[in-house]
Write a new protein. Structure first.
Length: 354
């Protein structure tokens, strides 16, 4: 019987999951949630509902045997790139949102539950907190405040490996700028396989995105806190869920914005162009980090499907970089690839507590 990997990727309003064999995707689906089912406090409150959804889908497809379960890695302490066994201390940090509250925090608990159900090991791979930043990149400008790596590390690493395999490049001997564009946007300088610098794609750095504020003028932030008396919870939600395209245009759907631009909506074009402009600026910054020695600019994530986005990047950056468009979030495929690498003993495995 073929080996199977169960991959689970919780998102802000849905849970994506798939069962992979080495030759194919046996089934893949997305289970959506109603707005009243989404917790505004701690995402772990959604665990029972999401767990039961997955159980029902597995029953429908008569899946009886799984060899390994991979969950999306959540917001944890800074970690090396690789695979981590799901353990009690990891689960406790995710349950309590010790390092941050995000839908991906459910990946570990769901992986643990279904690993126990099938009596197989459960892992997370390349969580969003993979931290390979060089020391100089951590300095913020304010003593006591450090820059932290929070990025789409899973897709960044997996996509770069795929691109290197296709082009017979050695990831450990080349430099890349990798841009993941989804609900959040990560722009990464990868040197010899290491993410030596990357913006914080969740809160506080880089370009604004369909939902997130990115880097913003500090005086404006201070005014929000002190003049409008915003509490921490409201401010965090504003900056991570209700800014960017959502804040300006009332939608986080890039396809909808693209359609509005085609119909002549000048304001939608201005805002979308501003987002692309900020992405381009961050790409330029990462090129400087790599001393302008860049093998290729790799663009991935859901927004990489957007024709307007692709055309703008190619027009403005095509003469400076070899640009490879690899669209899609690809998280499930990346987790499956990692799962088979674990089974083949080709991926480093770490203990979370060490």
């Amino acid at each position: 019987m073929s080996e199977r990997v169960l991959a689970i990727n919780p998102g802000s309003t849905s849970t994506k999951m798939a069962v992979f064999t080495r030759k194919k995707v046996e089934f893949e689906l997305k289970v959506s949630m109603e707005e009243n089912q989404v917790s505004k406090e701690n995402v772990y409150q959604e665990f029972p509902f999401r767990r039961d959804q997955i159980i029902e889908e597995l029953k429908k497809h008569s899946i009886e045997k799984i060899n390994i379960v991979i969950g999306r890695g959540g917001i944890l302490k800074p970690l090396k790139s690789g695979a981590y066994r799901v353990c009690d201390s990891m689960i406790n940090d995710l349950k309590t949102a010790k390092y941050g509250n995000h839908a991906s925090n459910l990946g570990g608990p769901l992986a643990q539950y279904f690993g126990e159900m099938f009596n197989v090991p459960a892992y997370i791979i390349d969580p969003v907190v993979v931290d390979e930043m060089i020391e100089v990149a951590r300095i913020s400008g304010v003593p006591g405040i450090l820059r932290h790596s929070v990025s789409h590390a899973l897709n960044i690493k997996a996509t770069t490996r795929r691109v290197c395999d296709r082009n017979n490049w050695n990831i450990e001997k080349q430099n890349f700028i990798v841009v993941h564009m989804g609900g959040g946007i990560s722009v990464c300088a990868m040197e010899n396989g290491q993410n030596i610098d990357v913006n914080n794609a969740l809160l506080g750095m880089g370009p604004f995105s369909p939902e997130r504020a990115g880097a913003i003028p500090l005086k404006g932030l201070m005014d929000l806190v002190y003049k409008k008396n915003m509490d921490e919870k409201s401010l965090r939600r504003l900056l991570t869920r209700e800014s960017g395209l959502k804040g300006y245009l009332g939608t986080n759907d890039a396809q909808e914005v693209e359609a509005r631009i085609k119909k002549g909506d000048k304001y939608a074009k201005l805002i979308f162009d501003a987002m692309i402009y900020q992405v381009r600026k961050e790409i330029g910054a990462m090129a400087a980090v790599l001393n302008f020695d860049v093998c290729a600019l790799i663009v991935t994530g859901g927004l990489a499907y957007c024709d307007y986005m692709k055309e703008e990047l190619l027009t403005h950056l095509g003469k400076q970089f070899s640009i490879i468009i690899y669209p899609g979030e690809n998280e499930l495929g990346a987790m499956a690839d990692g799962g088979f690498r674990i089974l083949d003993e080709q991926m480093k495995i770490y203990d979370y507590d060490k």
